[in-house]
Design a protein around this ligand. Sequence first.
Ligand code: SF4
Length: 706
Amino acid sequence: PVAQQIPEKTVDSVCPYCGVGCQLSYQVKDNTIISVEGRDGPANHQRLCVKGRYGFDYAQHPQRLRTPLIRRADAPKRSDMQMDPERIMDIFREATWDEALALAAGKLKSLRDTHGKASLAGFGSAKGSNEEAYLFQKLVRIGFGTNNVDHCTRLCHASSVAALLEGIGSGAVSNPVMDVDKAEVIIVIGANPTVNHPVGATWIKNAVKNGAKLIVCDPRRSDMARMAHRFLQFHPDTDVAMLNAMMHVIIEEDLLDHEFIKARTTGFEAIKENVKTYTPEAMAPICGIPAETLREVARLYATSKGSMILWGMGVSQHIHGTDNVRCLIALALMTGQIGKPGAGLHPLRGQNNVQGASDAGLIPMMFPDYQRVVTPGVTAKFELAWKLAPGTLDTKPGLTVVEVMHAIQHGDIRGMYIMGENPAMSDPDVNHARDSLSKLEHLVVQDIFFTETAYYADVILPASAFPEKTGSFTNTDRTVQLGRQAIDPPGDAKQDLWIIQQMGHGLGLDWNYQHVSEVFEEMRHTMPSIAGISWKRLENEGAVTYPCLHEEDMGQAVVFTENFPTADGRAKFVAADLIHAAEKPDSEYPMVLITGRQLEHWHTGSMTRRASVLDAIEPDPIASIHADDLAKLGGKPGDLITLESRRGQVSLYARVDNSSPRGAVFVPFCYYEAAINRLTNAALDPFGKIPEFKYCAIKIHLGGTP
Ligand code: SF4
């Protein structure tokens, strides 16, 4: 029997993983987390999923970076090498913080001064706090002097944000997940919440038990489809055909909310004209859903007292991702299913702080609070707030994640600072991304592990894990919550905020933030949406939802109740036509690859694959394939199979999973030994600049090298 450990202290914090933002408490003994319990937070009511409850010991993993590292002069940077943690010291040598920071910032400064401000770029992190995101983008905009700053929002919901800002003036959700308990109809499209937002999924399941009708639309049969009133397994890449057909029905059968359309929207006539030819009968063969089902779902959605739409990356990660979301917005607007409890739009945000990092300005075309760099007066406003001389800030939008990788190849970007992101795993066509990273003249990586990206670094700065620091985090519901420090960083690792500030000093900035609260207080004075959230409120209340305009404002969970945050207060219909994926299957590459996540592993796996319980449950790289497709190859479950696209190949173990449609294979992107992004296509949505992770052409054969 194992003796139960008695904790020395309990520290209240939030989960470091997905965007649901469950509140939890860490039980700590001897500077070690020994267990985790759920707290009564607004998004979780004490519930936690397997990641939140058991995924905490990555912080104590022996592979944690403990001291700054500098690349040895003779160590090669080769794009084709696999990461080998055992060989780190062949490639890097230990350094003091003074030496590492002097080299890290000094070389960036000299590149800036020699080749110009636009020769530098920075990627921040959706895993860091709001304050880290804010300070990082401020460093890039002032210290580098460019707007070349981005983060993984570009890889997940950039297209959703583009469509939402264009259509309704706000890139965030209109209602919290929990609002599904007030809805009569819930559409979940292109999302697998049971896996990716597990506690959020429990609220949807509860709503179904209480009588709500769930419509699941997905090319893959997710677990949630079992509870669905209707499951629409549409053909991959045909979202617009299916959604336009539903709109056609709503208009044809006059299920419109005329009053809402007249009082609160513009552009309806154009969309009415656009969907005329998208009859359910014409679209059924394209999307694979019978016309009568399309009609039934359209009627259900339009006529219920409250309908919510929740979506994920199955919608957004296409070259037509923005168009997909434009259709979802149009559905809500023409039926008035927005702006009231139980009716609205909810893009399920992936990482624990991707909402907050975007809000804080970690995006190349906008300052904090989505204030566009090109809008007259915005740079002047931030120059005043940041005590800069007029004309200091760049007025040109910067480059996005994938654009930066191309710019390196062209010699336009020469130096980078990457904090907590792992583009050598997460970017599309990752062989190309790795080749780009290997061509940088200077790369500074700040992280807690020797990630695949760190392999290409010139300087590695050891940072703090989530439970080792205090900061605020904003979940998918727009709720700002406090994560509190429970343990100390190992060895000589430092807090990220301290490191960013030191980098700032090296770039000539005279910053002197003494505490994380000072950064947050500065943020709220430049971001009207959180103006009413003081650090003290966060400490006292633990969670405050924005918009929160003044300190007496309780925050607004449901927005757009009276108007939209657009210039004229109205939402705008934007029509979308069916366009197809950039790369369709053909005789040489006859199958489709769909990438995504799995329950036990989070994103590129740098944390969860070092969490002992989670890695024990899902230890090996797998490809989910329909039994018929595997049988056609002559294989059986557990066999090695090799997937190949025009850009690369990987070998992994076949798992029979008939939730994948015939002709399509699903692979999680968390396995470094089978980095599936070697295969994905870097084609971009023209509006959100998001890559098409959810669709590319591949071929498969039995066998391969694990
Ligand atoms: Fe953490 Fe998300 Fe699981 Fe909640 S649902 S415990 S936030 S991973």
